[in-house]
Design a protein around this ligand. Structure first.
Ligand code: AMP
Length: 254
């Protein structure tokens, strides 16, 4: 069973203890409601490190939509079981007050890529994400940290931050895990109705289609998706769509 830690000072004490002497540490930051996508990161971490830390924190500062934050699925008991099955050693579940002793007066933003794609459509999202990931990287002092390519723009921004601030943790990218229909696994998928869940794989299907992005945009709209964007940047096609209140993102190499 993993050791569950709620207090940051307890974690910091543990981190400087003998347990970690001459042992590598892998970090997997998540917002919980773990699925097979998260599991692939956990397994990679336990395979490549002596010890692994999973963090579960639904970070309020990266939600630009209050309802999205409120409705974000929370399944902590199941998450502990998944972590245990993946041989995770530690689970850190901090609260908002202890992660933000500054009341979010200090923020880390990126001013170029951070304003494109999801950055354009979700104001403040990447600043909240980068700020909390920086805090988690500094707290974990891990040798490696694992992030999914499902959130490709996020991954690029984290890599850029790691380089810009000389952070001594290797950022490891993990491939997208999809369901049988091609839909990228996401915690928000559990909020889709069965009808929406049947429609959702069309998003991936059309993103892959050898069609101009304008045509893809129009076809998705015809199917009933509300499209935030379909864009191509540096050999990658990115998309974000909504089905009702649920927002889905995906990306493919082109
Ligand atoms: P989240 O809990 O959504 O913040 O995700 C935590 C980490 O898991 C992030 O690095 C995500 O990119 C990654 N992740 C989420 N879904 C998937 C997926 N379907 N395939 C691979 N990685 C994923």
């Amino acid at each position: 069973m993993p050791t569950i830690i709620n207090s940051l000072s307890e974690w910091q004490q543990l981190r400087s203890s003998d347990i970690f002497r001459n042992r590598s540490l892998g970090l997997v930051p998540t917002m919980g409601n773990l699925h097979a996508g998260h599991q692939s990161l956990l397994k990679r971490s336990t395979a490549e490190n002596d010890l692994s830390l999973l963090t579960i924190f639904v970070n309020p500062t990266q939600f630009n939509d209050k309802n999205d934050f409120k409705n974000y699925p929370k399944t902590i008991e199941e998450d502990i079981k998944v972590a245990s099955d993946s041989h995770i050693d530690f689970i850190l579940i901090p609260d908002s007050q202890s992660l933000y002793p500054d009341d979010y007066r200090y923020q880390l933003s990126e001013t170029s890529l951070g304003n494109k794609l999801c950055g354009k459509h979700r104001p403040g999202h990447f600043t909240g994400m980068l700020t909390v990931v920086l805090k988690l990287l500094l707290l974990a002092k891990a040798n490696r940290a694992y992030f999914g390519e499902k959130d490709y723009q996020q991954l690029q921004l984290i890599r850029g931050m790691q380089q810009a601030f000389f952070i001594d943790t290797e950022i490891v990218a993990c491939p997208i895990v999809r369901n049988e229909q091609g839909l990228a696994l996401s915690s928000r998928n559990s909020l889709l109705s069965s009808e929406q869940l049947t429609l959702a794989p069309r998003f991936y299907e059309l993103l892959n289609a050898p069609l101009p992005i304008k045509t893809i945009y129009n076809k998705l709209t015809e199917y009933g998706f509300e499209v935030d964007y379909i864009e191509e940047i540096e050999g990658r096609r990115y998309g974000a769509v909504r089905l009702g209140h649920i927002r889905l993102i995906d990306n493919i190499e082109i």
